[in-house]
Design a protein around this ligand. Structure first.
Ligand code: NAP
Ligand code: MG
Length: 486
């Protein structure tokens, strides 16, 4: 397969078949590392969403999908995992062109995507209920049943991984799904849906409607026949999704990003910590919800850590997917401008730039590259210390003592991820347990993390859990049956 075939979009995917949008409209797809249009996607709207939701409903109620056993669903997911692995290289090419990320990262993303289907394929027939001791003459049991038709809206930063993260547990539990991927990065979700059909998923189990958030996304989130919503993206759109869910009295999971802290004590193993902190920050050009974008450093070692991170950042270079350097461009012109706005305000507020990476010579002029930067020390209430930049930008802060470190770690609206770096095990654990975040690492940090590990936000980072068995619980509901037998 050539890169051209790999990136050709065929339309909207409903009932295992492709079609143009009902309106016939399309949207251009821009390659961030080229700054130019290379294909078109269908601009779906209410009519297309209605058709997709009807297909999903029929798959559950009258189609083959609703009759499959959990084991059979698990086998289909496992087969899809194998298909993703078999097509990993051309999927990675597609992902890299569509999002601009370096090839090695796109390849890693495909390994993770396959792993979601492998993990949830194996788990499909292991999420069971229990029997409950009750009154004499009664027998009571619970079982996990699907929500029904689930709606999934994902962002553009990790389209293939996000597809796996939200779709695999939903299908494992027997829901029929309709997804609206981000207009900026639809191509791997579309190809993964086609691979699912090849793997044997019955028609209507998995449907994809591409289009604008305000059109296809709004139609999906407000649809009266959707039983549950799963959303990852900005807090602003998260509010719209939760409002839409409330209007229809359905549940939702929201994953809304973060400003995740690294807390570094003076006794930390810096040789290990520094490369991990720098590399995970610039992974995906900093467009990672769980990026560790605040480094909170014990005052005694601030200068040393600042110098080491500055040195490290100076070695980072942004380039095209084929150059395969430490980072690629950001997703679009608006995101680049948004990040540059943070740079301008930081300059106005005289926040020192401690170190800066490079943009590789020879990248296309119109492409959306941003050189990675490390800033600090920044005032605690500055936007660089509290707001999600969603770019390759790291902010350094100082703390005085343990209590101050905890206060500062918890001093944003967000609570997605955190890390504590210290060779004093007792203190590391004590501090880790006081941080309000859905995932806390000690002497490690893994943006993206393991598929087995429950992941999600505390505070305004959202609610609900993805990954691990927790995802199977969120993607199903518990029914209790009570039988009187004499
Ligand atoms: P966004 O607007 O929240 O987009 C996320 C998803 O929601 C996309 O599929 C989008 O569709 C859709 N959407 C937009 N408006 C909608 C609506 N009214 N109803 C239903 N769905 C709607 O995020 P963004 O504009 O791409 O990024 C903005 C900022 O969000 C970033 O700078 C970053 O801070 C944050 N963000 C966080 C994450 C995360 O992983 N937590 C991911 C991405 C972005 P379209 O894009 O097709 O319009
Ligand atoms: Mg794109």
């Amino acid at each position: 397969m050539t890169a051209k075939d790999a990136t050709a979009a065929k339309g909207i995917f409903v009932n295992n078949r492709w079609s143009p949008a009902a309106s016939g409209r399309t949207l251009p797809v821009i390659a961030p590392a080229e700054g130019s249009t290379f294909t078109q996607i269908a601009a779906g709207d209410t009519e297309d969403v209605n058709r997709a939701v009807a297909a999903a409903r029929a798959a559950l109620e009258t189609g083959a999908w609703g009759r499959l056993t959990a084991t059979e669903r698990g086998r289909l997911l496992t087969r899809l995992a194998q298909k993703v692995a078999d097509h990993a290289e051309d999927l990675a090419l597609t992902e890299a062109r569509d999002t601009g990320k370096p090839m090695k990262q796109a390849r890693n993303d495909m390994i993770a995507t396959a792993r979601y289907f492998e993990y949830f394929g194996g788990a499909a027939d292991k999420a069971h209920g229990e029997s409950i001791p009750f009154l004499n003459g009664y027998f009571a049991f619970t079982e996990r049943v699907p929500h029904g038709v689930t709606g999934h809206i994902i962002p553009w930063n990790y389209p293939a991984q996000m597809f796996g993260r939200t779709i695999a547990p939903a299908l494992a539990m027997g829901n029929a799904v309709v997804m609206k991927p981000a207009e900026d990065a639809c191509l791997t979700p579309l190809r993964l849906a086609a691979l699912a059909a090849e793997a044997g998923f019955p028609e209507g189990a998995l449907n994809i409607v591409t289009g604008l958030g305000e059109e296809a996304g709004a139609a999906l989130s407000s649809h009266r026949d959707i039983d549950f919503l799963s959303f990852t993206g900005s807090p602003e759109v998260g509010t719209l999704i939760q409002t839409a869910a409330a209007r229809n009295h359905i549940g939702c999971t929201l994953e809304l990003g973060g400003k995740s802290p690294h807390v570094i004590f003076a006794d930390a193993d810096l040789d290990f910590a520094i490369p991990v902190i720098a590399n995970t920050m610039v992974q995906n050009a900093g467009q990672t919800c769980s990026a560790g974008s605040r480094v909170i450093i014990e005052r005694a070692i601030f200068d040393k850590v600042a110098a080491l991170l500055a040195e490290r950042f100076a070695l980072l270079t942004a380039g095209t997917p084929e150059m395969d350097l430490e980072l690629g461009p950001v997703i679009n012109a608006a995101q680049k401008r948004r990040i540059e706005g943070f740079f301008e305000r930081a300059e106005r507020d005289r926040i020192p730039v401690l170190g800066e990476g490079k943009i590789a010579p020879g990248v296309p002029k119109n492409a959306f590259f941003v050189a990675p930067r490390v800033y600090g020390p920044a005032p605690r209430d500055h936007e660089l210390s509290c707001k999600e930049v969603f770019g390759p930008v790291l902010t350094l802060l100082t703390f005085e003592d343990e209590a101050d470190a905890v206060r500062l770690a918890n001093a944003t609206d967000y609570g997605l991820m955190a890390a504590v770096w210290s060779t004093n095990g007792g203190r590391a654990l004590r501090v880790a347990r006081r941080i309000k975040a859905g995932q806390v690492y000690v002497n490690a940090f893994g943006a993206g993390g393991g598929i087995e590990l429950p992941f999600g936000g505390m505070k305004k980072s959202g609610h609900g859990r993805e990954k691990g068995f927790a995802a199977l619980h969120d993607m199903s509901q518990l029914r209790t049956t009570i039988i009187k037998h004499d």
